[in-house]
Design a binder for this molecule. Sequence first.
Ligand SMILES: [Fe+2]
Length: 369
Amino acid sequence: MSTFRAPGRFTFGVGALAALGDEARRFGNRAVLVTGRKALAEAGTTRRALEVLKEAGVEAALFDKVEPEPDVATVDRLRRLVREQGADVLIGLGGGSAIDAAKVAAGLARRDEPTRAFLDGAEVTRPVLPTIAVPSTSGTGSEMTNNGVISDRARQHKASIRHASLVPAVALVDPEITVSCSPEVTAISGVDALVQAIESYVSRHATPLTDAVALRAVEELVRALPAVVTQGENIALRTAAAWGSAMAGLALGNARLGVVHGMAHPIGVRYGVPHGLVCGVLLPPALEFNREAIPQKFETLRRILGGDPVGYAQGLLLACGLPMHLKEFGLDPETFEAIAEESLPSGSTKANPRDVTKDDIIAMLNRVT
Ligand SMILES: [Fe+2]
């Protein structure tokens, strides 16, 4: 049996941010707007969001303290503000970090335990507050999914908090917001979205429905990348990337991912490698590893990518100005055994189409070091 989950509403379009006030007003008149520390304020997007909320009669408190890879302590602070504000709705405006923090804080709004307890396995329960997710990058697809990735730096731990009720009530995707992304953020986010589309397509949990969504995501992302990296003002390319990342999010939220994402968390939390970069670098060896397990899906990918998937993935990194290895992050082979041990129990690794062993993971790590 499979169940397909999606946001209650999906609003997409250039200029769609103007609808944020009306979307929020449907849930009440008190909101918390959750964003990162700088980029969106500098681009004027935060001010614009606050304006449209005010025009719709929504009183919004601003929480602009979400760091990349949000920590349990940040989510705890946000949860206190949500309580003080008596919020009816949380709005996550930003990359995956801001949206994930908003989703988790909304999911835990009626709970007293610290956020850390939920990284350790405490279960999210209803009732939760609704979330409106407004992505500022075309990457994580977090606006479509039922999980939030939270870090616990004190313990070098990073994991997903997951529950059906964490799927945003509204995903509001406005490609215009992504125009302010730097070429580097555009490249790293776009590559992450493509890895997510491909991993969800080949996942063990894929269904005909998730396949349809994942393949269209691959098509849109192949249209956008790498051109969107150097032509950031091109709204047609930004629109293709935004469709691609949202659809990849919808696919992965229902089909899960694969070994690349299983390895990405333990590597990212140890070495501070940006998530999309570690995923991009691991894609070629993971595709090579999976090749024999998924001959038909490989053939379909070859058709869409216009060539062998492994070669395409390597060429894309090059064309996006991204490295093909993680040398500059100083990966220490002494840690590979521990990384492998932490990668194996991940739900992503378990969804990989070919069974993965500790030695397989160490071999892939050696190829990118
Ligand atoms: Fe990812």
